[in-house]
Design a binder for this molecule. Sequence first.
Ligand SMILES: C[S@@+](CC[C@H](N)C(=O)[O-])C[C@H]1O[C@@H](n2cnc3c(N)ncnc32)[C@H](O)[C@@H]1O
Length: 253
Amino acid sequence: MIKEGDWVKIYFNERKWFVVRAMKGRELHTDEGIINLSDVLKAEYGGSVRTHLGVEALISKPSLEDIVFRAFRRKTQVIYPKDIASIIVRAGIGPGSRVVEAGTGSGVLTAFLAFYVRPNGEVYTYDISYGHQKIAKKNLRGLGLNVNVHFIIGDVRKTIHQKEVDAVILDLPDPWNAVKNVASSLRGGGRFVCFLPTYNQVEKAVEAIREAGFIHVESVELLERRIKAKRGETRPEFLMRGHTGFLVFSTKP
Ligand SMILES: C[S@@+](CC[C@H](N)C(=O)[O-])C[C@H]1O[C@@H](n2cnc3c(N)ncnc32)[C@H](O)[C@@H]1O
């Protein structure tokens, strides 16, 4: 059953769907008409509701990706799912991992880290901006994912307090200035990941990472191409997100 405050996906079609919280007395205004969100509380996942114009919408349970990318307030650039997936897998993040991250930004990567380290891992997220962290905190609270996240206002170029952590992930303009702190925060075998939008940043970061003695230094770009799948017409979509950023992976020996 859907309870007051639960996240729901209201789905008209592949291009038109919304992620909202089921709340008595609230409405969702769409170009298919208005949905009274009290009606959602009477429905079940897999069921449906109708707008005041009689258009049917399916009710389904949203994924973490749906909620984060449709409902999070964003004040910064964020990391996208294809890059997040690779970070999680290649940094070896799982239940019990202790992870340092900077900057928090809008908390998009933080939310996924918090989700995967549960139930007993910890995420220590640093940002120099109080305003950005305030938004990120509110975003994570809305998902109940703030429990094992430590929000720290601080500059990782100056200090990283945590020791023996399993992974450090930096999404900030000049990670090369934080490499020494990263090295002393990681345990042996710990993973270091940088997310960087430009080639110049990749070069500078890789030089600093190699100089600091990290091993398995690898820089990658991940491209995701959507396919229009229709009998007799299946082909790549004409438009794609051409660039998000590059990922630099390395390991402390
Ligand atoms: C692009 S945003 C991060 C977005 C985040 N990864 C997400 O997915 O929502 C970059 C953030 O890094 C923060 N930042 C920049 N330099 C920093 C530093 N030296 N230490 C900590 N945070 C820093 C900025 O304030 C900004 O919020």
